[in-house]
Design a protein around this ligand. Structure first.
Ligand code: CP
Length: 310
């Protein structure tokens, strides 16, 4: 059965069945990364361009690794070395790349909606690798894969997302995805870092971390996105850490078998104590490992999925 999606732009476009299919496909791809020869011919002959206009370690590396493990031809472009610095528009850049016949463009951009803009105008597939404070769908999918791996299910779990919710594309994508999969979502952060209308996002809202952690199955910590704040929205990191940082004491409020997640990059000692980030409940590097499998699954599915495997 065809996947039915040409682009991966946001979690609002994926149903629970779509998500389950992506996670099942990712499960089947995961073992390739454990092989001695970590390569299959699935995307041989496909050309994929990764364009990153914002900094990235995990997303960029894991897309490139996923592409190479599937034998696609890949090429990376960053803003500082592209003709955008000479004043070329995003649309002209895309049209010029389109003339070289790529199959998929993976794009991270500082402006919300930039990947959607390309998807509407060009004939290649587009995967959103994070657009401004809007969405980061592949992060949400790898988070769901990690939760399902560790807890056996997603529906019915209580997931506390703590930190700079207002500026986080990870939070936005996860709120949508977790609701789609039937989880209960709690959001916690200082009022200045909660989006207006947070209570209408399908989540319970807390202005202290303790209430959000009570009985939680999953704790997802977020970095303060200084780069998206005009003027400082917090008195100090030290005060933030006192009221919203995850530490061994307040983590005891969550269920005994609760898992601790973080999309990275982490600011140790601010939103998360090192002893928790490296502690027995953390699944942070499992998230990174699953990121490769999820991105392999997405590249495979939007390229034609099962049709290619025949
Ligand atoms: N989680 C995430 O998007 O990390 P990078 O910014 O390093 O890609």
């Amino acid at each position: 059965m065809s996947f039915g999606h040409k682009h991966i732009l946001g979690m609002d476009q994926l149903s629970a069945d779509d998500i389950t299919r992506i996670l099942d496909t990712a499960d089947s791809f995961k073992e390739i990364s454990a092989r001695e020869i970590k390569k299959v011919p699935t995307l041989r002959g496909k050309t994929i361009i990764n364009i990153f206009f914002e900094a990235s370690t995990r997303t960029r590396a894991s897309f490139e690794i996923a592409e190479k493990r599937l034998s696609a031809d890949t090429l990376n472009i960053s803003a500082s070395t592209s003709a955008l610095v000479k004043g070329e528009t995003l649309e002209d850049t895309a049209r010029n790349l389109e003339a070289m016949h790529p199959d998929i463009i993976v794009m991270r951009h500082g402006h919300s909606g930039a990947p959607h803009y390309l998807a509407e105008r060009c004939n290649f597939s587009v995967i959103n690798a994070g657009d401004g404070a809007h969405e980061h769908p592949t992060q949400a999918l790898l988070d769901l894969m990690t939760i399902r791996d560790k807890k056996g299910t997603i529906g019915g779990l209580t997931v506390a997302i703590v930190g700079d919710i207002a500026h986080s594309r990870v939070a936005r994508s996860n709120i949508i995805a977790l609701n789609t999969m039937g989880a209960r979502v709690r959001l916690a952060g200082p009022r200045t870092l909660l989006p207006t209308g947070a209570d209408r996002l399908g989540a319970e809202v807390f202005t202290d971390i303790k209430g959000a952690l009570d009985g939680a199955d999953v704790v997802m910590m977020l970095r303060i996105q200084q780069e998206r704040q005009g003027s400082p929205l917090l008195p100090s990191n030290r005060e933030y850490s006192r009221f919203f940082g995850l530490n061994p004491d307040n983590l005891q409020r969550a269920k005994e078998d609760a898992i601790v997640m973080h999309p990275g990059p982490m600011n140790r000692g601010v939103e998360i104590a090192s002893s928790v980030a490296d502690g027995p409940r953390n699944v942070i590097l499992d998230q990174v490992e699953n990121g490769v499998a999820v991105r392999m699954a997405l590249l495979y599915l939007i390229s034609g999925g099962e049709k290619m495997a025949e």
